[in-house]
Write a protein that binds this ligand. Structure first.
Ligand code: PLP
Length: 429
């Protein structure tokens, strides 16, 4: 018998195949070559016939030249950091695609001269937060806090409660971040209780600002006390507040979550937040507040190193001005609607998988927001084996396993994707 290795089509022959021409134009030779290697390897192992290599390559060509795959979030965790936090609205996606080429991000078309970078996003933020004297956008909230410390507190002190020296996700430890800028932290109070007197007696000549940080991913209960922004703003130094999740105004679904507008009204000099949590936009750090302070941050030499790219600016502006983003839709979805969708999907699946059910579920905000808030939800319930099968499908669907069942939570699934989920479950049955 002929050595199957000798029958496997050669790479250069495959790369020259007319069937792969558009794939190469779309994805580049290197990506297609990688796919060819995988298919050749499978043929050498005898998993596919040598004659099937070309068809296998065509079948497995990815949709884009990036290895990032679109995933359906069925976890019930609305802002899932491992799944890319907030999904962008269709309006924000369009804005990204439009801005991807050459664009007037820093150019005034009417005068033909240089213009302020990101003015559209800034104006949108200021219109949404009229309490702010100015606004500035950086890479993420960590960058916003670092910039505040760099511009205002180098060699000086930041007064902060011991209950707010938080760690968030991978690599964000607030005390280390702030101290890395050359600022000193002056810790006051205790883990569970800090009073206004604790702050007042620590504030002195060397204080740059008081920092208040929202405990966005944990809750301390029991014998606890903290000081709100209104009381802290009465002290004789600027108050900087990190609200975390990026709600610009109060949200009825999350009554305990702080928002930018209320915090400025309470007297904060600066407020920082993330763009890709509850705001529902791209990764960004938002800085609002007193115009002179915002300008000091924006003009600091390191601000240039933290500058946002045009794609982010486009998505941010469209998120703030455009229709309600998916995060907000998920937060406000009505339980009856979730149940109707789940019943409908279960009915379409019963033939392929008799063991499908519809169960009550609980969704969460996740990703640094409202740790105590549980949102009632509804899930499709499937046998446990669907967990890995759906995760490895195209597109991958990530649910959660509970009591040996695979749950697909409707609150985080875009209703426009329900049919895709039905097809995927049928395919895995
Ligand atoms: C999420 C969060 C951060 C970190 O924000 P990034 O945008 O991820 O840098 C900082 N502070 C609080 C309170 C947060 O919730």
């Amino acid at each position: 018998m002929a050595d199957p290795r000798r029958q496997v089509p050669r790479t250069d022959v495959l790369l020259a195949a007319p069937e792969l021409r558009s794939g190469i134009a779309h994805l580049g030779r290197a990506v297609v070559k990688g796919i060819i290697r995988d298919a050749q390897e499978r043929a050498r192992r005898g998993e596919i016939a040598p004659g099937e290599v070309l068809a296998e390559v065509r079948r497995t060509l990815p949709g884009t030249a990036s290895s990032l795959q679109p995933v359906i979030n069925a976890t019930g965790i609305i802002v899932h950091t491992n799944l890319g936090r907030a999904p962008l609205s269709a309006a924000a996606v369009d804005a990204v695609v439009t801005a991807a080429g050459n664009t007037d991000v820093e150019f005034d078309l009417s005068s033909g001269t240089r213009a302020r970078r990101g003015r559209g996003a800034r104006e949108a933020l200021l219109a949404a937060v009229p309490e702010a004297g100015d606004a500035h956008v950086v890479n993420n909230n960590a960058a916003a806090l670092a910039l505040a410390a760099l511009a205002l507190a180098q060699g000086r002190e930041i007064v902060i409660s011991r209950g707010e020296l938080v760690a968030i996700g991978d690599g964000f430890r607030l005390p280390e971040l702030m101290e890395s800028t050359g600022a000193r932290l002056r810790e006051v109070g205790t883990t569970n209780r800090t009073t206004l007197d604790d702050y007042a007696s620590a504030v002195g000549e060397n204080t740059a600002f008081v920092l208040k940080v929202h405990p966005s991913n944990f809750a301390v209960t029991g014998f606890v006390q903290s000081v709100d922004a209104a009381a802290l703003s009465a002290l004789d130094v600027p108050l900087v507040v990190d609200v975390g999740s990026g709600l610009l105004r109060r949200d009825s679904a999350l009554p305990r979550e702080p928002d930018v507008r209320s915090t400025l009204r309470a007297g904060a000099a600066l407020v920082t937040a993330s763009g890709d949590k509850l705001l529902g936009g791209p990764q960004a750090g938002l800085i609002f507040g007193d115009a002179a302070l915002v300008q000091r941050l924006a003009r600091h030499p390191l601000a240039r190193a933290l500058r946002t790219d045009k794609l982010t600016l486009a998505a941010l502006e469209a998120t703030v001005c455009g229709p309600r983003p998916p995060v907000s839709q998920a937060l406000h979805a009505q339980l009856a609607d979730l149940r109707a969708r789940a019943d409908d999907m279960a009915a379409q699946l019963r033939e392929a998988e008799p063991n499908v059910g519809v169960v009550d579920s609980t969704a969460m905000v996740g990703g640094g927001g409202a740790p105590e808030e549980v949102l009632p939800s509804v899930a499709l319930s499937l046998p446990e084996r669907y967990g890995p099968a759906l995760r490895l499908g195209t597109p991958p669907i990530v649910g959660r396993v509970s009591d040996r069942r695979c749950l697909l939570d409707l609150r985080t699934i875009d209703p426009l994707r329900d049919h895709q989920v039905v097809l995927a479950v049928r395919g895995a049955s």
